[in-house]
Structures are given as C-alpha cells and as structure tokens.
Design a protein around this ligand. Structure first.
Ligand code: ZN
Length: 94
C-alpha cells in the first residue's frame, strides 16, 4: 500500500506567491513606480506554520517539485484513509 507514496520526505504544503518590494531608498524608481522583483515567497500551510519565506530563484523549481509531491502524497493518504475507513466498517481493519 505504501508503495504508491514514493519519497514522502520531498514534500511541502503551502503555496508560492510572487511579490514586488519597495526598497525605501529616496529617489529609487520603485518609490512611485513598480516595486523591485517580483520575488518568490513560500507560504507554509497551515498558516500557523510560520511566516512566508523568500525563495531564491535557484530553488523555485525544487519548491514547485516538493509542492507537487506534497499534493500527490496527500491524495494517496486520503485514498488509503478511505479504504481503511471501509475496512473499519467491515471490522477488517488491522
Ligand atoms: Zn527601490
């Protein structure tokens, strides 16, 4: 059953968001125009897990891959739980 899970350590739960930032320097183009960036941030889920973290561009693909794995693992766990719920109903849960 656990064979469908693959590597369960390369997972992240949350989302990636792009944000622009104003540096605050006087006369910088960002003061009244577009901010710098966009920069990528990772917002962990559930929200209580802490603040958003800056994601360097070299790590964006890694984070994307871990988010995808996280969703796959959650889906598989939900399926296993549903099967076990059925087994419980039949008194076959071990
Ligand atoms: Zn600026």
């Amino acid at each position: 059953m656990a064979a469908g899970l693959g590597s369960v350590e390369e997972v992240l739960a949350g989302s990636l968001v792009e944000q622009t930032r104003r540096c605050g320097k006087a006369g910088c183009r960002c003061a009244d125009g577009e901010g710098h960036g966009p920069y990528v941030y990772f917002g962990p889920r559930p929200r209580g897990r802490g603040r958003s973290r800056y994601v360097p561009s070299g790590l964006v693909e890694v984070v994307r891959r871990c988010l995808q794995r996280g969703e796959q693992v959650e889906t598989v766990l939900a399926e296993i739980s549903a099967i076990n719920t059925e087994l419980l109903a039949r008194r076959e849960l071990e």
